[in-house]
Ligand binder design. Structure first.
Ligand SMILES: *[C@@H]1O[C@H](CO)[C@@H](O)[C@H](O)[C@H]1NC(C)=O
Ligand SMILES: *[C@@H]1O[C@H](CO)[C@@H](O)[C@H](O)[C@H]1NC(C)=O
Length: 166
């Protein structure tokens, strides 16, 4: 199990059970705006001969970013902007850690449809929807962000994949 998981978890509970309240709950604060981008992922992370790719939707908030910290939210099974719009406490943490905030959409949800809106949900094309594939997407993205943005610490928040990163 990764250090990142424990870090994420402890911050999460810290926030839920008190400390966020004590600095005055910002539940009503507006959610900061995001920028949308698309990251190129391999359709099949476990077959390097398969060169097909798709675009993974990424929401980024850079307003708080002054440090070498990434707050990463691996999306669950729903459009990623839903999570973004409903995860207010994460932005309190972002402010505190002066972190870069990145939300990544889960493959086959929202706008992240590997074969487009018409063809993604045929049985043959659904073959690339799995926990392992989604984890591999998130891992590649985080690694790439770490390299390109000079990130040294990653805090993973939310999502069923927290445990499995790193
Ligand atoms: C929280 O906000 C309320 C109302 O704005 C204020 O009266 C109170 O002093 C604040 N508490 C803290 C701990 O900042
Ligand atoms: C999330 O908020 C953005 C910006 O306000 C909005 O454009 C988008 O439709 C919202 N998404 C959902 C699922 O509520």
């Amino acid at each position: 199990m990764s250090m990142f998981f424990f870090t994420a978890l402890s911050f999460f509970f810290l926030c839920i059970y008190g400390s966020c309240d004590s600095v005055n709950s910002t539940k009503d604060d507006p959610i900061p705006p995001y920028t949308t981008s698309y990251y190129t992922q391999q359709l099949d992370n476990f077959n390097s001969n398969d060169k097909r790719t798709f675009n993974q939707r990424i929401l980024t908030a850079k307003q708080y970013w002054k440090n070498d910290v990434l707050l990463f939210y691996p999306g669950n099974e729903a459009p990623i902007d839903e999570f973004y719009n409903n995860t207010g406490f994460l932005f309190e943490l972002a402010e505190r850690f002066q972190a870069l905030v990145v939300f990544a959409e889960h493959r086959y949800y929202g706008d992240t449809l590997p074969f487009g809106p018409q063809d993604t949900f045929t049985p043959a094309n659904m073959a690339y929807l799995s926990v392992g594939q989604a984890m591999a997407d998130f891992s590649r993205l985080v690694q790439d962000i770490r390299d390109k943005m000079n990130i040294k610490k990653v805090i993973v928040i939310g999502g069923r994949y927290s445990l499995l990163l790193n």
